[in-house]
Ligand binder design. Sequence first.
Ligand code: BEZ
Length: 253
Amino acid sequence: MATSRAAQQWNAAQYARNARFVSTLGQPVLDLLNPRPGERILDLGCGDGALTEKLAAAGAVVVGVDGAADMVAAAQRRGIDARLMDGAALSFTQEFDAVFSNAALHWMKADPDAVIAGVARALKPGGRFVAEMGGHGCVAAIVVALTAVLKRRGINTATIIPWYFPTVDDYRGRLERGGFTVDYIELIPRPTPLPTIEGWIATFAGPLLNHLPEGERAQARDEAIELLRPVLCDDRGRWTADYIRLRFAARLP
Ligand code: BEZ
């Protein structure tokens, strides 16, 4: 993981408070994976292990990897074989029947092809890669609002957006060039109710707001929230983020 002051800092307790919906809404991609008893499955970007636990409950033999030490520790507390590892430098060779990933690949922005190559290396012949990530246009309103408040303060977000939200064509091409056959891939709009908008920004937008001096961040966040209110907040004060998922199932020959 990057270590600059703007890098994403993961905190398992904050994540559980503000982002439990990420794993709760993971059932469709689990269904797409259809884990079977005895299969060896790698959960890439396992976070605190909430979904990894479901894979294990289905009878799979599971290893989780994540780039954040606090999340790995939280997954280990659930009894999961979780390891600290860079998703772009997976160290496995032909060990798994499937690689699964939920809401993690969009954080592995620097080299998506290295991620896919590591997944292909980790899989046995015929192994499957089933995942869901943010897709093209995901949280567009939030990105625009944060971009606007940072621009007012002289910061250009063109190179500091921390997420990779690919189109179907982009990601399908990468998978195919990585040796996979793509059985299914789709962009799925999924408006996502949030516990609080402040919690979402605190949990996910650190890599953007942390480019500001500490004393300016709360004001910038509040300005972004006011820009977002007309489009993401209903008349009862409930916030819904404009998530778009990219879900796919691919396999090796
Ligand atoms: C997610 O975890 O799904 C997510 C995180 C940041 C931005 C958009 C989506």
